[in-house]
Design a protein around this ligand. Structure first.
Ligand SMILES: Nc1ncnc2c1ncn2[C@@H]1O[C@H](COP(=O)(O)OP(=O)(O)OP(=O)(O)O)[C@@H](O)[C@H]1O
Ligand SMILES: [Mg+2]
Length: 341
């Protein structure tokens, strides 16, 4: 059983052996937060409290199993909104205690990566993974099912954050990623050549940094729109959406493919909400395909937050011996670097 409540989705899922999805229940709060233009943490926590028991019950029922069939309970303990995380963590602890089941703490970002195990039964590490979500843009080399090495990350905004901010500037609403994705299909991706930033820092192996920076492209888009508005010029929102998306996806693909080549890795895996972006999926498949690299993308429902990914990651943590105690706490600022073993 996987439980996820780190942001604005209350989710529970039953997954067999980390691979076979028996149920995937997601109560999304998007409709509630939409009017505020983004997630309101206190509202999110309260809604999680209201729905979590029903969501967990539905996950069991839809899987056609009982608690006796559940081996362990996996829960997201960070990163995320602390009040939201606490609801899942407390629920999982109460269940584990009452049912005498092992409790497994799962890192949300490792969960995003492991969504791919549930989606692709044949996928095995090692592989190079691009995790691009609302709060993260990391290139990670998955050495094993629970061992990861960070090869690059964003210096400022996450890719999803940039999508959300530009969508707001274009008046498209929240969440911005899917709206830009849809509007960009009607626009010209080369209408405006927004900057693609390449970090000049050289790492200890004399290789150019694979880090991302999206604040430059974000500012360039905002300035471009302001300039046009000040001049009173008509402009196509679709062209700007397409050109912005083109710049961001170029950076994501180029850095990830370079990371894979540095490791002689023939598999690239996409993870996180931005992995749902159609241009990113197409471009990565095309560019990586030309270099003989296979690309694995989760289905859209497993890109954004869900509990299948937590159950899948929890399975691999469980078989590697990881267990959490009743002292487990939510850790809002957990990073891939600082997770304790
Ligand atoms: N089709 C899409 N194109 C681009 N971005 C998208 C698309 N669909 C979703 N996103 C973006 O994905 C993000 C949500 O993803 P996810 O649920 O993985 O993030 P999160 O859980 O808020 O952050 P994190 O996982 O880093 O804690 C949002 O920023 C959203 O705009
Ligand atoms: Mg997420």
């Amino acid at each position: 059983m996987g439980i996820e409540s780190s942001c604005d989705e209350t989710a529970a899922a039953v997954v067999k052996n980390g691979r076979e999805i028996l149920s995937n229940v997601i109560d999304s709060q998007i409709e509630i937060h939409k009017v505020y233009g983004g997630v309101v943490p206190e509202i999110a926590s309260r809604r999680h409290i209201e729905t979590i028991n029903a969501v967990v019950d539905s996950a069991l029922e839809q899987a056609g199993v009982t608690w006796e069939d559940i081996t362990a309970i996996a829960v997201t303990y960070g990163p995320g909104l602390v009040g939201a995380l606490l609801v899942g963590v407390s629920t999982a602890k109460a269940l584990a205690y009452a049912l005498k089941k092992p409790l497994v703490a799962v890192h949300h970002i490792k969960g995003h990566i492991c969504a791919n195990y549930a989606a692709h039964p044949e996928l095995e590490p090692p592989f190079t993974c691009l995790v691009a979500s609302g709060g993260h843009s990391h290139i990670v080399y998955a050495k094993g099912y629970t061992e990861y090495e960070i090869m690059g990350m964003t210096r400022d905004d996450a890719a999803g954050e940039a999508f959300d901010k530009i969508a707001r500037v274009l008046g498209l609403g929240y969440p911005g990623g899917p709206k830009i994705d849809a509007l960009a299909k009607e626009g010209d991706p080369h209408a405006v050549e927004f900057p693609r930033v390449r970090m000049d820092k050289i790492d200890k192996n004399d290789k150019a940094s694979l880090d991302f920076s999206f604040s430059g492209v974000k500012t360039a888009v905002i300035n471009h729109i302001h300039r046009l508005e000040q001049r009173g010029e008509e402009y196509s929102r679709a062209d700007i959406a397409a050109s912005f998306q083109n710049a961001v996806t170029d950076a994501l693909c180029e850095h990830t493919i370079e990371a894979a080549q540095r490791r002689d890795s023939d598999k690239i895996v996409l993870a996180g909400g931005v992995a749902a972006n159609s241009a990113l999926r197409d471009k990565m498949r095309k560019m990586a395909g030309e270099k003989g690299i296979n690309v694995y993308c989760p289905p859209l429902v497993l890109c954004t937050d869900n509990a299948v990914m937590i159950a899948a990651a929890g399975y691999y943590e469980y078989i590697s011996g990881s267990r959490a105690g009743m002292s487990l706490n939510a850790c809002a600022s957990l990073t891939l670097e600082n997770e304790k073993e």
